[in-house]
Design a protein around this ligand. Structure first.
Ligand SMILES: [Zn+2]
Length: 111
């Protein structure tokens, strides 16, 4: 892969990750506000328990969906090592850019 294309794809993946993180944090903020609002209303303890259980299930599902979306984006952008299947857009991406090789298996990736 061309070094410039790799850098561009890394930036695209970063932007996508930040966007998904913002969506997740917004949902968390809304959930916290809803919990505070509900605790001030005359909700039964059982209702509150159901609400909290629902929230936990929702955020479990949301985390799963967001992580899957990030992985799909990285796969579409060729940010996985074809040899060892390691995601190259993680915190060690600068090693790939410096050496042009996969930081795990050492396979040559960039021209
Ligand atoms: Zn590799």
């Amino acid at each position: 892969m061309d070094r410039q294309v790799f850098t561009q794809n890394l930036q695209t993946a970063q932007r996508r990750k930040i966007l998904l993180l913002r969506i997740g944090l917004s949902c968390l903020f809304i959930a916290i506000c809803a919990t505070m609002w509900l605790s001030k209303t005359a909700i039964t303890p059982r209702g509150m328990l159901l609400f909290k259980g629902g929230l936990i299930a929702f955020f479990g599902g949301l985390a799963y969906v967001l992580i899957t979306l990030v992985q799909k984006t990285c796969r579409r952008l060729d940010l996985y090592c074809p040899n060892c299947n390691r995601n190259l857009s993680g915190p060690l991406r600068h090693k790939v850019l410096d050496s042009g090789e996969c930081f795990q298996c050492g396979m040559k990736l960039l021209d």
